[in-house]
Ligand binder design. Structure first.
Ligand SMILES: Nc1ncnc2c1ncn2[C@@H]1O[C@H](COP(=O)(O)OP(=O)(O)OP(=O)(O)O)[C@@H](O)[C@H]1O
Length: 767
């Protein structure tokens, strides 16, 4: 089963789970169209989320008093007749079963039939919301400090919105209804809000996360005495000191997650995937593997080989995921993805792979520490455009061949250098013309083992000193960030300079702590674990919990407000679809949704007319504009990394001017060997997813509409989207990757919601 199928299966499992909590929408429709009984609850996989620093008790308190809880009792959702409508008219379950929002995957006749039976009107936005509600509710009940499964739900919802946009736009083309076009536009706004909340959920889980992975014993290894005493699903790890038998020799560590020896590459990635997704929303993310030589860093980050998908490490999977998500979003945002690969050895930056096979020369690359409009810390390293996973595999294979052909010696030094794959993502919102920019750094660090000074001299000593310096500097940076220190010493090593844009501010950091389970590695393993504990321990401390309490409250308020907005949009769609069935009438001839009736009674109207921007939520829902990301600056860190904000944000991306000055003022370019933290011990004295819809029309109005949908869908697949509300083609950038530069002349729309910046043009260089 491929990962996508498996994800669907998992989603389905979760939906079934929710059904057991009273939501009929997730019940199973059998192949003959009958509704099966309520599914048996399944136990939830603990793999799903990151653990939150809040204790279960704290979180329960916050959630139990939240507006969200109160809103669960709102008449719209609790009205039994709404539920009955869903049960009675179960066609939409078929849609739900098929994968939320994949209307395009259905043959036209099927869609036609569903349209006739009004099932699309009852399509499961409310049900989906019930699913969200039930799952959130369940999470409170479970008191496990996690907000489980949100990622899949947000993903499902996003797909649903995308699909609705396409349906509405196609209808608008067919019927030339301005209102439908507006409704589609409004769904774009809801979509953006969905993304924003998704990212906030991620933030609640902490911006610095630590996963521990234990390498299995290697084949042929005879002595298999392990120091791993216990691991559990809550991220606890107990290590046994071989020279101190019994409980006295046990030491407990706690991380966000611990992956045991049997964990697969897929298991590891499934907990990493949400971070990857943030990059497409304009966030900067840094994922690195830390541990002694031979502990499995390369295995986790790259995998043993690229030929088998099953063995793919985080690098390949991340890129593959970026491509597939960017495909699903292509109707609203067009993305361009570029890859840069460098290596840091002895505190010098080198181009790691050269696709042109031109001699690598190993000239050192300059690092730019001041603000770069393109966000590249190493502008000299060539950026390779990639359009698919196979491009990446090809690129890496060429690079590997290059290495082995030209520089055999390099292989020997790979354990003693930091290898960094940087993925740059640029997105252009086709509706608003806004652009976004995210970076993903994937770093396979040099071996962290301490080197005995008395045993190494010459080059080995020099290497050890450099590794020591850079890893200590990385620890200092992470520690300073976690403590919200007023100064972050990025400039103490090349490694931290290169990663600066992805460390701190709103950037998200994930560290894989790799462990060798062997007893002979005990002392090194303890040293690694102490380093990791220091990094993760601060983040999990009490200092953050106040802020998170506030965040949780804000989040649940936003979820409640979004729910209201969505309910109103659904009503609007009901009305519009009614117009389709009975052109010229605005009255509800066929639809008597309880929520509509209530709204009508209140307004003294038959049809609710509020637009999304006037919704009772009181929140204006901007598209991918400044507002979408501006609240992300709420916890205004001194190291505000605004790369995820839109182009018209004038602030520097990697660091503020003040911070930059501070960095200079503090003169931190000192030799880092003066730093001796706890962890500074290494140098010791000892697809296309658009299933084709045949446009076999019989000339009926509905078939014409769905032929339009099919046409629109296939034109999307060709990379061309025609829609009435789309901005002029001039707003599109020319490919930066093909030409080596990106020039975007963007007319930024002044939205009523957030953007007070006057319309203006910007030109930006990527490389
Ligand atoms: N999870 C795992 N499952 C199976 N084999 C693994 C796993 N992790 C590591 N290995 C194997 O262990 C060996 C060492 O792993 P790897 O080369 O990834 O270590 P490393 O930490 O990157 O070392 P270095 O610092 O030298 O680069 C390799 O043969 C690798 O295939």
């Amino acid at each position: 089963m491929n990962s996508m199928t498996e994800n669907r299966a998992k989603e389905h499992g979760r939906n079934s789970n929710v059904a057991a909590n009273g939501d009929f929408s997730a019940q199973v429709l059998t192949s003959n169209g009958e509704l099966e009984g309520s599914s048996t609850p399944k136990s939830e996989s603990p793999k799903g989320g990151f653990s939150s620093p809040l204790s279960g008790e704290e979180k329960r308190k916050i959630l139990s008093e939240s507006k969200f809880q109160r809103s669960l009792k709102s008449p719209i959702l609790s009205d039994p007749s709404t539920t009955l409508t869903h049960v009675g008219n179960y066609k939409f379950h078929e849609v739900f079963q098929l994968k939320q929002g994949r209307y395009m995957d259905l043959p036209p006749s099927k869609i036609s039939e569903m349209m006739k039976s009004n099932s699309l009107d009852n399509a499961p936005t409310q049900s989906l919301l019930s699913v969200v509600n039930s799952i959130l509710d369940e999470s409170v009940e479970r008191n496990n400090s996690e907000i489980p499964h949100q990622n899949n739900l947000f993903k499902a919802r996003e797909e649903k919105y995308q699909s609705r946009i396409r349906v509405l736009e196609a209808l608008a083309i067919g019927f030339k209804l301005k209102t439908l076009a507006n409704a589609a536009q409004n769904y774009h706004s809801v979509l953006a809000e969905n993304r924003k909340i998704f990212n906030e959920l991620q933030e609640l889980k902490g911006n610095i996360r630590v996963y521990c992975r234990i390498r299995p014993f290697l084949p042929g290894q005879k002595e298999r005495k392990t120091i791993i005493e216990h691991i559990d699903e809550n991220g606890e790890l107990i290590v046994a000191n071989p020279s101190k038998p019994g409980k006295d020799g046990h030491r407990l560590f706690k991380f966000n997650k611990v992956f045991g020896q049997a964990s697969t590459q897929e298991d590891v990635f499934s907990d990493t995937q949400p971070l990857i997704r943030s990059v497409l929303d304009g966030y900067n993310v840094c994922i690195f593997a830390y541990g002694q030589t031979g502990s499995g860093k390369t295995y986790t980050m790259t995998g043993p080989n690229a030929s088998s998908k099953e063995n793919w490490g985080v690098n390949y999977r991340a890129l593959s995921d970026l491509f597939s998500i960017s495909q699903t979003r292509k109707s609203s945002i067009s993305y361009e993805i570029g890859v840069q690969m460098i290596e840091i050895y002895n505190e010098q930056c080198y181009l790691k792979y050269n696709i042109t096979f031109v001699s690598l020369n190993f000239h050192t690359l300059g690092i730019v520490t001041h603000y770069q409009p393109n966000g590249l810390a190493v502008p000299d390293a060539s950026m390779h455009p990639v359009k698919s996973t196979s491009d990446v595999i090809e690129l890496m294979e060429i690079g590997l061949k290059n290495r082995s052909v030209s520089f055999t010696a390099l292989n020997e030094r790979s354990s003693r250098s930091h290898s960094c794959v940087t993925i740059h993502v640029r997105g252009l919102d086709s509706k608003t013309g806004a652009t976004l920019h995210g970076n993903l750094h994937l770093v396979d660090l040099a071996g962290s083992e301490r080197v005995d000074r008395s045993e190494v001299t010459g080059d080995r000593l020099k290497e050890a000193q450099h590794i020591n310096k850079s890893l200590s500097a990385l620890g200092d940076v992470i520690f300073a960030l976690a403590q919200k220190s007023s100064h972050v010493p990025y400039r103490n090593s090349k490694l931290t300079q290169v990663l600066q844009s992805s460390l701190g501010g709103q950037a998200k950091t994930l560290m894989f702590v790799q462990l060798n389970p062997d007893v002979i590695s005990y002392s090194e393993t303890m040293s690694t674990l102490k380093f990791a504990e220091r990094v993760s321990g601060v983040e999990l401390g009490a200092a953050r919990s106040n802020k998170e309490g506030r965040d949780v409250r804000e989040l649940v308020e936003q979820v409640a407000s979004l729910r209201n907005t969505i309910a109103k949009k659904d009503e609007e769609i009901e009305r519009l679809q009614l117009l389709k069935v009975h052109p010229g009438t605005g009255s509800l001839l066929k639809y008597t949704s309880p929520s509509l009736n209530r709204e009508s009674e209140k307004n003294g109207n038959n049809v609710p007319k509020k637009s999304i921007r006037n919704s009772s939520s009181g929140k204006s829902l901007g598209g991918l504009t400044e507002k979408t990301t501006s609240s992300d600056h709420d916890n205004s860190s001194d190291y505000s990394d605004s790369q995820h904000s839109m182009e018209h944000d004038e602030r520097p991306q990697s660091m503020s001017v003040d911070e930059h000055n501070r960095d200079h003022d503090h003169g931190d370019d000192h030799d880092h060997e003066d730093h001796h933290g706890d962890y500074d011990e290494r140098l010791s004295d000892t697809s296309d997813n658009g299933t084709s819809i045949g446009a076999d029309t019989d000339g009926s109005a509905e078939n014409v509409v769905f032929a339009q949908i099919a046409k629109s869908n296939s034109s999307e697949r060709l990379g061309r989207i025609s829609r009435p509300t789309q901005k002029s083609e001039n707003a599109k950038p020319t490919s930066p990757l093909s030409k080596g530069s990106l020039k975007i002349s963007t007319s930024l729309k002044k939205t009523s919601s957030v953007n007070t910046t006057p319309t203006k043009s910007r030109t930006r260089q990527w490389q």
